[in-house]
Design a protein around this ligand. Structure first.
Ligand code: SF4
Ligand code: SF4
Length: 372
């Protein structure tokens, strides 16, 4: 049974040790990082940098604690994420959200280059076939996966599996384009964006959110450049009228997340990856959206494990016990204590991500929770 170390967000004494940074320091000591990382070894600290308007990412103060703990071992950490919007703009987003060399104490680098083209094709099972793993993540020997746990319109629950499945993979590959990128998880077949003129309210949100400017409206008609589109799905997600859709299937999506996570983790040796889930500022949507709504559940704390399935299952079990917060999207939907908040928000079978990951041998849903 895998061990999951946990520290609660509650602070009941006026001591640094009781603070979240202080507890993270203690958790990092407790989890014996020296069993995983070596002197002079490069270690990727993989996190999501957020977006211009989504500020509820893993805070730099926590990334700094992880970096400092790795440096104490003599390892050489750096903080990384793969390109979600144009690379230089994404570095600027990281900086704006407080993630830079000065704040985290280590270089902050794009995992797949300025253009998101630096990646290696890796076998990824029956659904995806091959997936373009970001070259830095492919090459680096060790990784600490720092995930902001939250909701997600497509994944339902977004934690460590989604962080490395989507974030360890590029948007496109030089030869096979989006079909080997994260778009292969978001959609299927030719991934043709369907526009329903009758249903369209001409709000232009789809055009405004597109990171590549491949949606235009000419004489109130939507024009879409299929060749350039990454199939990131953001346009579909912001369309509230249902006027825009990409073909997809919820179960396939969950299984493909697990398959991509397995492909990314397959590039690491045994005992070379540690997972830290931050159950803080649990907002309803992905950190790549242009806003971050108020949290739907109270902060729970931080979990650390070397088993991705265990840390995800423990996070979910904790969230299932957490009541919905007032004045949030949960209240808008009349949720009550005992409801599965993330499922009610998305109506997506998010548990399949975890079950499929266990089937693929990534870890175990049985865990021992060790509370600080
Ligand atoms: S977001 Fe939807 S409703 Fe708004 S312009 Fe685009 S397709 Fe039309
Ligand atoms: S899926 Fe939509 S938002 Fe994403 S690149 Fe394509 S058109 Fe733009």
């Amino acid at each position: 049974m895998s061990k999951v170390y946990f520290a609660s967000s509650r602070a009941v004494k006026w001591k640094y040790d009781e603070s979240m940074p202080g507890k993270l320091e203690r958790l990092l000591k407790e989890s014996n990082l020296s069993n995983y990382f070596e002197r002079d070894e490069w270690v990727a600290v993989k996190t999501h940098w957020g977006s211009e308007g989504a500020h509820r990412v893993v805070r730099p103060v926590f990334l700094r604690k992880v970096v400092d703990a790795l440096k104490c071992l003599g390892a050489k950490p750096f903080v990384t994420d793969s390109v979600r919007i144009k690379g230089l703009d994404y570095l600027e987003v990281a900086n704006q959200n407080g993630i830079n060399h000065l704040s985290v104490g280590a270089p902050v680098v794009l995992a797949d280059g300025l253009y998101g083209n630096d990646n290696i094709l890796v076998k990824a099972g029956d659904i995806l076939k091959e997936i373009a793993v970001a070259s830095v993540i492919y090459d680096v020997p060790a990784m600490v996966v720092c995930s902001h746990v939250k909701g997600h319109i497509q994944a339902g629950y977004a934690g460590a599996i989604k962080n490395i499945a989507m974030g360890g993979v590029s948007s496109k590959h030089r030869d096979c384009g989006w079909k080997c990128g994260r778009g292969a998880m978001h959609t299927m077949g030719e991934g043709v964006l369907a526009w329903d003129k009758e249903g369209c309210e001409l709000c232009y949100q789809c055009m405004e959110i597109c990171p590549l400017d491949v949606i235009k409206f000419i004489d109130d008609e939507l024009k879409w450049n299929s060749d350039e589109c990454w199939r990131c799905g953001r346009c579909e997600r912001v369309c509230q009228s249902g006027g825009l859709s990409l073909p997809g299937d919820a179960e396939r999506f969950m299984r493909s997340l697990a398959a991509a996570a397995a492909a990314v983790l397959g590039t690491f040796g045994k005992n070379k990856v540690v997972y830290i889930n931050f159950l803080t500022e649990i907002q309803p949507e992905c950190d790549c959206m242009p806003t971050a709504d108020v949290p739907v559940m109270q902060d729970q704390g931080i979990l650390i494990s070397d088993d991705i399935v265990s840390v995800e299952q423990a996070s979910i079990d904790m969230l299932l016990k957490s009541p919905p917060l007032p004045q949030s999207a949960a209240e808008d939907r009349n949720m009550a204590k005992g409801d599965d908040v993330l499922f009610r928000l998305s109506e997506k079978p998010y548990h399949l991500q975890i079950e499929e990951s266990e089937k693929l041998g990534l870890g175990s849903r049985k865990y021992e929770l060790i509370t600080l």
